[in-house]
Design a protein around this ligand. Structure first.
Ligand code: CA
Ligand code: CA
Length: 288
Protein backbone atom coordinates (compact mmCIF):
# COMPACT_ATOMS: atom_id res chain seq x y z
CA UNK A 1 0.00 0.00 0.00
CA UNK A 2 1.34 3.41 -0.97
CA UNK A 3 0.69 6.59 1.01
CA UNK A 4 -0.14 9.55 -1.20
CA UNK A 5 1.82 12.82 -0.85
CA UNK A 6 -1.38 14.63 0.16
CA UNK A 7 -2.01 12.16 2.99
CA UNK A 8 1.62 12.40 4.09
CA UNK A 9 1.32 16.19 4.34
CA UNK A 10 -1.91 15.85 6.33
CA UNK A 11 -0.27 13.42 8.75
CA UNK A 12 2.72 15.79 9.10
CA UNK A 13 0.51 18.77 9.92
CA UNK A 14 -1.46 16.74 12.48
CA UNK A 15 1.74 15.47 14.12
CA UNK A 16 3.21 18.99 14.28
CA UNK A 17 0.02 20.22 16.01
CA UNK A 18 0.18 17.35 18.52
CA UNK A 19 3.88 17.98 19.18
CA UNK A 20 3.34 21.70 19.81
CA UNK A 21 0.45 20.95 22.18
CA UNK A 22 2.41 18.21 23.96
CA UNK A 23 5.54 20.33 24.39
CA UNK A 24 3.45 23.12 25.95
CA UNK A 25 1.73 20.71 28.36
CA UNK A 26 5.04 19.04 29.23
CA UNK A 27 6.63 22.39 30.08
CA UNK A 28 4.22 22.96 33.00
CA UNK A 29 3.45 26.34 34.53
CA UNK A 30 6.19 28.93 34.97
CA UNK A 31 6.69 29.60 38.71
CA UNK A 32 6.72 33.40 38.51
CA UNK A 33 3.50 33.34 36.45
CA UNK A 34 1.83 31.07 39.01
CA UNK A 35 2.72 33.54 41.78
CA UNK A 36 1.53 36.58 39.83
CA UNK A 37 -1.75 34.84 38.95
CA UNK A 38 -2.57 34.76 42.67
CA UNK A 39 -2.26 38.55 42.88
CA UNK A 40 0.44 39.18 45.52
CA UNK A 41 0.81 42.58 47.22
CA UNK A 42 4.54 42.33 46.60
CA UNK A 43 6.83 39.78 44.93
CA UNK A 44 10.59 40.10 45.17
CA UNK A 45 12.39 37.65 42.88
CA UNK A 46 15.70 38.73 44.42
CA UNK A 47 17.33 38.11 41.03
CA UNK A 48 19.35 41.33 40.91
CA UNK A 49 23.02 40.96 40.07
CA UNK A 50 24.01 44.58 40.80
CA UNK A 51 22.73 47.71 42.50
CA UNK A 52 20.86 48.05 45.81
CA UNK A 53 17.24 47.90 44.60
CA UNK A 54 15.21 44.72 45.14
CA UNK A 55 12.49 45.02 42.52
CA UNK A 56 8.94 43.94 43.33
CA UNK A 57 7.19 42.39 40.33
CA UNK A 58 3.89 43.99 41.36
CA UNK A 59 5.26 47.46 40.59
CA UNK A 60 4.95 48.56 44.22
CA UNK A 61 7.05 47.85 47.33
CA UNK A 62 10.43 47.57 45.65
CA UNK A 63 12.98 47.35 48.48
CA UNK A 64 16.56 48.31 49.24
CA UNK A 65 19.44 45.96 50.01
CA UNK A 66 21.84 46.85 52.80
CA UNK A 67 24.36 45.22 55.13
CA UNK A 68 26.27 42.08 54.19
CA UNK A 69 24.81 39.95 51.42
CA UNK A 70 25.81 38.38 48.09
CA UNK A 71 23.71 38.78 44.94
CA UNK A 72 23.63 36.39 41.98
CA UNK A 73 23.47 33.08 43.87
CA UNK A 74 21.86 29.97 42.36
CA UNK A 75 18.09 30.36 42.67
CA UNK A 76 15.50 27.95 44.03
CA UNK A 77 13.34 27.50 40.96
CA UNK A 78 14.27 24.54 38.77
CA UNK A 79 15.26 25.49 35.21
CA UNK A 80 14.89 29.22 35.97
CA UNK A 81 18.05 31.31 35.61
CA UNK A 82 16.72 33.98 37.99
CA UNK A 83 19.15 34.18 40.90
CA UNK A 84 18.82 34.48 44.69
CA UNK A 85 20.58 36.33 47.50
CA UNK A 86 22.86 34.83 50.15
CA UNK A 87 22.36 36.76 53.38
CA UNK A 88 24.79 36.81 56.31
CA UNK A 89 24.02 40.08 58.07
CA UNK A 90 22.12 41.81 55.32
CA UNK A 91 18.55 42.68 54.60
CA UNK A 92 15.97 44.04 52.19
CA UNK A 93 13.76 46.84 53.51
CA UNK A 94 10.54 47.90 51.78
CA UNK A 95 7.63 50.18 52.66
CA UNK A 96 5.23 48.04 54.64
CA UNK A 97 1.94 49.87 54.18
CA UNK A 98 -0.27 47.83 51.89
CA UNK A 99 1.59 44.56 52.43
CA UNK A 100 -0.67 41.93 54.02
CA UNK A 101 -4.34 42.07 54.91
CA UNK A 102 -5.86 42.31 58.39
CA UNK A 103 -8.04 39.19 58.05
CA UNK A 104 -6.15 37.37 55.29
CA UNK A 105 -2.43 36.90 54.78
CA UNK A 106 -0.07 34.56 52.97
CA UNK A 107 3.74 34.66 52.95
CA UNK A 108 5.78 32.53 50.57
CA UNK A 109 9.51 32.07 49.93
CA UNK A 110 12.30 29.59 49.23
CA UNK A 111 15.17 29.42 51.73
CA UNK A 112 18.34 27.66 52.80
CA UNK A 113 19.88 27.88 56.27
CA UNK A 114 23.66 27.72 56.90
CA UNK A 115 23.25 28.14 60.65
CA UNK A 116 20.29 28.74 62.96
CA UNK A 117 20.18 30.82 66.13
CA UNK A 118 17.22 31.94 68.20
CA UNK A 119 15.32 34.87 66.65
CA UNK A 120 17.04 34.56 63.25
CA UNK A 121 14.38 36.02 60.99
CA UNK A 122 13.33 35.20 57.44
CA UNK A 123 10.84 38.01 57.11
CA UNK A 124 9.00 40.41 59.38
CA UNK A 125 6.72 43.40 59.39
CA UNK A 126 6.54 44.74 62.93
CA UNK A 127 6.99 48.13 64.61
CA UNK A 128 9.71 47.47 67.19
CA UNK A 129 11.99 44.92 68.82
CA UNK A 130 9.08 44.00 71.09
CA UNK A 131 7.65 42.17 68.05
CA UNK A 132 4.13 42.92 69.30
CA UNK A 133 2.28 43.75 66.09
CA UNK A 134 2.25 42.72 62.45
CA UNK A 135 3.66 39.34 61.44
CA UNK A 136 6.89 37.44 61.02
CA UNK A 137 8.65 34.12 60.45
CA UNK A 138 11.66 33.39 62.65
CA UNK A 139 13.69 30.60 64.25
CA UNK A 140 13.10 29.48 67.82
CA UNK A 141 13.37 25.88 69.01
CA UNK A 142 10.43 25.16 71.30
CA UNK A 143 11.41 21.51 71.64
CA UNK A 144 8.84 20.36 69.11
CA UNK A 145 9.08 22.99 66.36
CA UNK A 146 11.75 25.41 65.16
CA UNK A 147 10.42 27.67 62.42
CA UNK A 148 7.76 29.98 63.88
CA UNK A 149 5.06 32.07 62.19
CA UNK A 150 3.40 34.69 64.40
CA UNK A 151 0.85 37.44 64.10
CA UNK A 152 0.45 40.36 66.56
CA UNK A 153 2.97 39.01 69.08
CA UNK A 154 6.04 36.82 68.65
CA UNK A 155 5.01 34.33 71.34
CA UNK A 156 1.29 34.06 70.47
CA UNK A 157 -0.59 33.39 68.41
CA UNK A 158 2.14 31.38 66.80
CA UNK A 159 2.39 28.19 64.77
CA UNK A 160 5.59 26.23 64.17
CA UNK A 161 7.14 23.65 61.86
CA UNK A 162 10.03 21.23 62.27
CA UNK A 163 13.06 22.85 60.62
CA UNK A 164 16.84 22.44 60.55
CA UNK A 165 19.87 23.81 58.74
CA UNK A 166 19.71 22.99 55.04
CA UNK A 167 21.84 23.61 51.97
CA UNK A 168 18.94 22.59 49.72
CA UNK A 169 16.12 25.06 49.24
CA UNK A 170 12.97 24.61 51.31
CA UNK A 171 9.66 26.11 50.20
CA UNK A 172 8.09 27.96 53.14
CA UNK A 173 4.50 29.25 53.19
CA UNK A 174 2.58 30.76 56.13
CA UNK A 175 -1.11 31.68 55.98
CA UNK A 176 -3.66 33.34 58.25
CA UNK A 177 -7.41 33.11 57.79
CA UNK A 178 -9.08 35.68 60.08
CA UNK A 179 -12.52 37.25 60.34
CA UNK A 180 -13.99 34.07 61.82
CA UNK A 181 -16.14 33.49 64.92
CA UNK A 182 -14.69 32.07 68.14
CA UNK A 183 -11.59 30.01 67.55
CA UNK A 184 -12.30 29.35 63.89
CA UNK A 185 -9.48 31.66 62.78
CA UNK A 186 -6.65 29.57 61.37
CA UNK A 187 -2.88 29.93 61.12
CA UNK A 188 -0.98 27.43 58.96
CA UNK A 189 2.62 26.79 58.01
CA UNK A 190 3.65 24.63 55.03
CA UNK A 191 7.04 23.18 54.08
CA UNK A 192 7.73 21.94 50.55
CA UNK A 193 4.07 22.08 49.57
CA UNK A 194 2.78 20.11 52.57
CA UNK A 195 1.03 21.34 55.74
CA UNK A 196 3.58 21.24 58.59
CA UNK A 197 1.58 22.92 61.38
CA UNK A 198 -1.74 24.63 62.05
CA UNK A 199 -3.35 26.53 64.92
CA UNK A 200 -6.91 27.57 65.60
CA UNK A 201 -7.06 30.93 67.36
CA UNK A 202 -9.56 33.45 68.66
CA UNK A 203 -7.36 36.21 67.18
CA UNK A 204 -9.43 37.31 64.20
CA UNK A 205 -7.33 40.12 62.72
CA UNK A 206 -3.77 41.37 62.38
CA UNK A 207 -2.86 44.74 63.87
CA UNK A 208 -0.24 46.79 62.10
CA UNK A 209 1.86 49.70 63.33
CA UNK A 210 1.56 52.64 60.95
CA UNK A 211 5.29 52.92 60.39
CA UNK A 212 6.17 49.24 60.16
CA UNK A 213 8.35 48.46 57.16
CA UNK A 214 8.71 45.02 55.66
CA UNK A 215 12.08 43.33 56.22
CA UNK A 216 13.56 40.29 54.49
CA UNK A 217 16.61 38.66 56.10
CA UNK A 218 16.26 40.26 59.55
CA UNK A 219 13.54 41.35 61.99
CA UNK A 220 13.88 45.10 62.64
CA UNK A 221 16.58 47.44 63.98
CA UNK A 222 19.49 45.35 62.62
CA UNK A 223 18.51 42.35 64.73
CA UNK A 224 17.94 38.65 64.02
CA UNK A 225 19.81 38.25 60.74
CA UNK A 226 19.15 35.13 58.65
CA UNK A 227 22.22 33.09 57.65
CA UNK A 228 21.46 31.51 54.27
CA UNK A 229 19.88 32.09 50.90
CA UNK A 230 16.44 33.59 50.38
CA UNK A 231 14.63 33.58 47.05
CA UNK A 232 11.28 34.43 45.44
CA UNK A 233 9.51 36.15 48.36
CA UNK A 234 5.82 36.90 47.85
CA UNK A 235 3.13 38.25 50.21
CA UNK A 236 -0.62 38.19 49.62
CA UNK A 237 -3.67 39.80 51.26
CA UNK A 238 -5.45 36.51 50.62
CA UNK A 239 -5.23 32.99 51.96
CA UNK A 240 -3.48 30.49 49.71
CA UNK A 241 -5.29 27.15 50.02
CA UNK A 242 -3.48 23.86 50.60
CA UNK A 243 -4.06 23.19 46.89
CA UNK A 244 -2.56 26.55 45.93
CA UNK A 245 0.52 25.88 48.06
CA UNK A 246 1.00 22.43 46.55
CA UNK A 247 0.62 23.87 43.03
CA UNK A 248 3.17 26.64 43.71
CA UNK A 249 5.67 24.11 45.06
CA UNK A 250 5.10 21.79 42.08
CA UNK A 251 5.67 24.69 39.66
CA UNK A 252 8.91 25.53 41.47
CA UNK A 253 10.43 22.06 41.25
CA UNK A 254 9.12 20.95 37.82
CA UNK A 255 11.86 20.65 35.19
CA UNK A 256 11.20 22.51 31.96
CA UNK A 257 12.22 20.39 28.94
CA UNK A 258 14.58 21.83 26.36
CA UNK A 259 12.68 23.08 23.29
CA UNK A 260 15.13 20.97 21.25
CA UNK A 261 13.55 17.68 22.41
CA UNK A 262 10.27 18.47 20.64
CA UNK A 263 11.99 20.01 17.62
CA UNK A 264 14.31 16.98 17.35
CA UNK A 265 11.34 14.60 17.11
CA UNK A 266 9.72 16.94 14.57
CA UNK A 267 12.89 17.12 12.44
CA UNK A 268 13.25 13.35 12.49
CA UNK A 269 9.67 12.88 11.31
CA UNK A 270 10.01 15.45 8.51
CA UNK A 271 13.23 13.75 7.32
CA UNK A 272 11.38 10.41 7.27
CA UNK A 273 8.49 12.01 5.36
CA UNK A 274 10.87 13.41 2.71
CA UNK A 275 12.63 10.04 2.24
CA UNK A 276 9.23 8.39 1.97
CA UNK A 277 8.13 10.95 -0.65
CA UNK A 278 11.23 10.23 -2.78
CA UNK A 279 10.65 6.49 -2.49
CA UNK A 280 7.04 6.89 -3.65
CA UNK A 281 8.26 8.87 -6.69
CA UNK A 282 10.88 6.19 -7.45
CA UNK A 283 8.27 3.41 -7.16
CA UNK A 284 6.06 5.33 -9.58
CA UNK A 285 9.02 5.64 -12.02
CA UNK A 286 9.76 1.87 -11.84
CA UNK A 287 6.15 0.91 -12.48
CA UNK A 288 6.13 2.75 -15.84
CA1 CA B 1 15.03 34.55 42.20
CA1 CA C 1 26.11 32.13 55.25
Amino acid sequence: MKISDALLIRISVALIAVLILYSNLEAGPIYSSVVMADNPDAYWRLGETSGTTAVSQTGTHSGTYSGSYTLGQTGAIVDDANTAVDFSSGLVQATGTGIGGTTALSIEMWVTADSLSTYNTLLMRTTSLAWNDGFGIYYQDTGSTQLQFFINGYAAPRVGAVFATTSSYRHVVATFLGGQAGSDNLMSIYLDGTLAGSLNTTTSSITYGLSADLYIGQSVSNYGYWDGKIDEVSIYSSVLSAGDVAAHYAAGIAPIPEPSSASFILSAFLAFAMVRKRRVKRDVAFSR
